[in-house]
Design a protein around this ligand. Structure first.
Ligand SMILES: CC(=O)N[C@@H](CCC[C@H](N)C(=O)O)C(=O)O
Length: 375
């Protein structure tokens, strides 16, 4: 078998967006098939699958989840193994997450575990969200594959390799995507008084959206509204008849999410009135916050503390979103940040995490799952 660094590089070359992970799924299945044992079996679901590894003496079923999808980001790393898919990149570390899961599969193929291990290879974390429908499928079709406890990691650029950073309670925020379409009346650039200019309406709306967190939400409750993409118009001397804003909302409570959406509705209605146009809102997909079970998070930190080369850090929560939150809503478990030591942040076109994290986290997670026990 190839080294795990080579495997990660292979996966890095072929990023695919949510529910389009066809090559990725095939690569993962081919790799697992090369070392699969009679006590292991694969159950496919859409572009993902579950690898079931029967334990020798299974008192528990422990789940480990990896996400599979890349992002629509044009890579700028200049790496020899950069993305071969123009306009797409593994800019959120899912190539690392997948390699760690493959590494666990290999380690448990080499030495059968005591507990039954369920490796969830889940599509579409970045959007539209694979965790919720995957969990619904398991509950309906394979309830025997529901883990008793479930874990996952996410790379963290800002921490040194070997860091395990997590906390009991909320680790990541509630999220909701946000899509706003504005439709007006286009026309000649020289005759603005005959038009309803959607570039100006959209620009005004963006500025108003940015007042919600600063003026309407309790400052002691963190919230974020980001408009990551704005499109409007066709050419420099035609007034735009259509604009679209694409963004995301992050909150720490369901109440502030509802409050923000109410305010967005009001501002959109006001924009429609002020700019004499149609404004429609679509909230896309929403993720439940990542809420760690206290015993599971503490167990991860304590185990990290006991392993040479690993550093446990009880970290603050972040406004990142993760659909792993849907698993944790129903199954006790925890997610942790795995130190990746790179100057560029998640979703940056130049992010290049330290590959040493792969081996270290395979061994860490393997050891953690093998020794995990009930309270
Ligand atoms: C870990 C991470 O970066 N996750 C994404 C999840 C995105 C969810 C959804 N598409 C949204 O934008 O609301 C993140 O951006 O935090």
């Amino acid at each position: 078998m190839k080294s795990f660094i080579e495997v990660r590089r292979d996966l890095h070359r072929i990023p695919e967006i949510g529910f389009q992970e066809f090559k990725t799924q095939q690569y993962l299945l081919d790799t697992i098939t090369s070392f699969i044992k009679p006590y292991m079996r694969i159950i496919k679901w859409r572009t993902g699958f579950i690898l079931v590894i029967e334990g020798i003496n299974p008192r528990l079923q422990l789940g480990w989840r990896t996400d599979l999808d890349g992002l629509p980001v044009q890579e700028q790393t200049n790496l020899s193994y950069a993305s071969e898919h123009e306009g797409f990149m593994h800019a959120c570390g899912h190539d690392f997450h997948m390699t760690i899961a493959l590494g666990l599969a290999k380690r448990f193929a080499d030495v059968q575990p005591e507990h039954t291990i369920l490796l969830y290879f889940q599509p579409a974390e970045e959007g539209p969200g694979g965790a919720e429908p995957m969990l619904e499928w398991v509950k309906a079709e394979h309830p025997e594959l529901l883990p008793d406890y479930m874990f996952a990691c996410h790379i963290a650029p800002e921490y040194p390799v070997g860091t395990v950073a997590t906390r009991p309670g909320m680790l990541f925020a509630n999220t909701s995507e946000l899509f706003i379409d504005l439709k007006g009346l286009g026309g000649h650039a020289a005759f603005p008084h005959h038009t309803k200019d959607m570039t100006v309406a959209a620009a005004s709306l963006i500025m108003q959206l940015q007042t919600i967190v600063s003026r309407n939400i309790n400052p002691l409750e963190g919230s974020v509204i980001t408009v990551g993409k704005m499109t409007s118009g066709t050419v420099q001397n035609v007034i735009s008849d259509a604009a679209r804003l694409e963004g995301t909302i992050r909150t720490v409570t369901a109440e502030s999410m509802a409050q923000i959406k109410k305010r967005i509705q009001t501002l959109c209605e006001a924009t429609a009135l002020a700019f004499e146009c149609d404004v429609t809102i679509d909230y896309g997909s929403m993720y439940y916050q990542v809420y760690n079970d206290a015993h599971c998070a503490t167990s991860l930190l304590q185990y990290a503390d006991s392993v040479e080369g690993m550093t446990a850090y009880e970290c603050p929560p972040a406004m990142t979103g993760e659909d792993f939150g849907f698993f944790l809503k129903e199954i006790p478990g925890a997610m942790f940040w795995a130190g990746a030591n790179t100057p560029y942040g998640l979703h940056h076109a130049k992010i290049s995490p330290d590959e040493n994290l792969i081996e270290q986290n395979i061994l860490f997670v393997e050891g953690f799952l093998r020794q995990f026990h009930l309270k």
